[in-house]
Design a protein around this ligand. Structure first.
Ligand code: GDP
Ligand code: IMO
Ligand code: MG
Length: 422
């Protein structure tokens, strides 16, 4: 069966964009299944850096068709910006980008409510892209879908109804100025012409492709621990980044999936608030941030950094059904004299048998570490796994053993060619 799901195994920014781009060489279709422009997936080709937010990371391979599935929430302005940027780079999108008619739209009031809630309620540290409020409308069954853009009358009446309701919330709950209905309607009513050529029933397209035995990569955004059901709630995103989300977010059957690749950074990062047991709020954390360039690809925020957490990874492997892993950013550890790995947690001095899925426990766990000697040499130009320094191989062996997942790829730099296949 030809679907491989690529899932972020930690708190996002594991290097999914790089891995998807690399694997796209040998597939027919790459499909994003959830999230929205909160994602920032970096692809580095030669000395050029590209950051994708909505368009799948297979777009740089001319033979690959890219699909934005029904599970994604789409800000039409962000989408058109991204399309124009790619076109200005002479990347042909026509006929290669398909957008689900059933994907929901992110509108200005979603972004506004996202930012107001961050100021007035418990701060999650969202990306401010309107993700939560857009999914709220989807589940409230008042959301506006991509297909609605094509029927102007329906679109305008739905939009007006939504803005009227949001204006009540803005005025009565948040004491915020109301939005001007006419200017929003005017701004958005012309998207039909710009977007029409890309819209289709992507579930039908993907299921036909499955019958033709085409190879499909399902590209996850965010990471397992940001999952609305299985992550560190409420410090999560509002969708299901875990592998289960791929089937609902694309309209493909679970029986079509034959492998689930977890993308795993060799240390841990997190953007936004929430528990982070192995966080390093010291010089070592700063070193990881500086060497690893750990600043958000979407918001530019500094990422919180810490040691590799195998307790979290074991949990992530379990809920995702990870069959193989791609390890990224090994080169970032090249100069560290000692490297710590969290092998489990204790609470009140007693070891925990499984990953705590309630926030209060997770906030109070103490990580147990094993310390490894570093390798103190550059891995950036290494071309074959066997050439890695012995201590780097031992470190990877430990990751494999502790997480119970087979490593299939090791990334030693941001570029395409800095990838070792095992
Ligand atoms: P994503 O959201 O999972 O696609 O990851 P991001 O693109 O947000 O963040 C990963 C960052 O690490 C990007 O700047 C990548 O270019 C970079 N990167 C990916 N793999 C490697 C690697 O193996 N080594 C180094 N040094 N950087 C990497
Ligand atoms: P990629 O795909 C890292 C985090 C935000 C915040 C929480 C909720 O690049 O790995 P949201 O805007 O989704 O409501 O924010 O989720 N977050 C990410 N962190 N990588 C991402 O995407 C993220 N997308 C959302 O920082 O903590
Ligand atoms: Mg990212």
């Amino acid at each position: 069966m030809p679907v491989k799901i690529i899932v972020g195994a930690q708190w996002g920014d594991e290097g999914k964009g790089k891995i998807v781009d690399h694997l796209s060489e040998s597939v027919d279709i790459v499909a994003r299944y959830q999230g929205g422009a909160n994602a920032g997936h970096t692809v580095v080709i030669g000395d050029k850096h590209y950051v994708l937010h909505l368009i799948p990371s297979g777009i740089f391979h001319p033979k690959v068709t890219c699909v934005i599935g029904n599970g994604v929430v789409i800000d039409p302005i962000a989408l058109m910006d991204e399309i124009r940027q790619l076109q200005s780079l002479n990347i042909n999108i026509t006929g290669r980008l398909l957008i689900s008619h059933n994907a929901h739209l992110i509108m200005p009031y979603h972004k506004l409510l996202d930012s107001i809630r961050e100021k007035t309620s418990e701060k999650i540290g969202t990306t401010g892209r309107g993700i939560g409020p857009a999914y709220i409308d989807k589940f409230m069954r008042v959301g506006i879908k991509i297909v609605d853009l094509l029927d102007r009358d329906t679109f305008v009446s739905k939009l007006k109804r939504n803005i009227e309701e949001k204006n009540q919330i803005l005025k009565k709950i948040y004491d915020n100025p109301e939005l001007d209905i006419d200017s929003i309607v005017h701004e958005y009513e012309n998207f039909d012409k710009q977007i029409d050529e890309f819209i289709t029933d992507t579930s039908l397209f993907l299921n036909k492709a499955l019958k033709e035995n085409k190879q499909i990569l399902a590209e996850g955004a965010q990471g397992a621990l940001l999952d609305i059901d299985h992550g560190t709630y409420p410090f999560v995103t509002s969708s299901n980044p875990t592998s289960g989300g791929a089937c609902t977010g694309l309209g493909i059957p679970p029986t079509s999936v034959n492998s689930i690749l977890g993308v795993v950074k060799v240390y841990t990062t997190r953007v936004g608030n929430g528990p982070f047991p192995t966080e390093l709020e010291d010089e070592t954390g700063e070193q990881l941030r500086t060497i690893g360039g750990e600043f958000g690809a979407t918001t530019g925020r500094p990422r919180r950094c810490g040691w590799f957490d195998s307790a979290m990874l074991k949990y992530s492997a379990m809920i995702n059904g990870i069959t193989e892993i791609a390890v990224t950013k090994l080169d970032v550890l090249d100069t560290f004299k000692q490297i710590k790995v969290c092998t489990g947690y204790t609470i009140d001095g007693k070891p925990l048998k499984s990953y705590p899925t309630d926030l209060r426990t997770l906030e109070n766990v103490k990580p147990v570490y094993t310390v490894f000697d570093g390798w103190n040499s550059s891995t950036k130009n290494i071309k074959h796994f066997n050439e890695l320094p012995l201590n780097a191989k031992l470190y990877l062996d430990v990751i494999e053993e502790l997480t119970g997942s087979k490593i299939k790829m090791v990334s030693v730099g941001a570029r395409r060619d800095q990838t070792l296949i095992i």
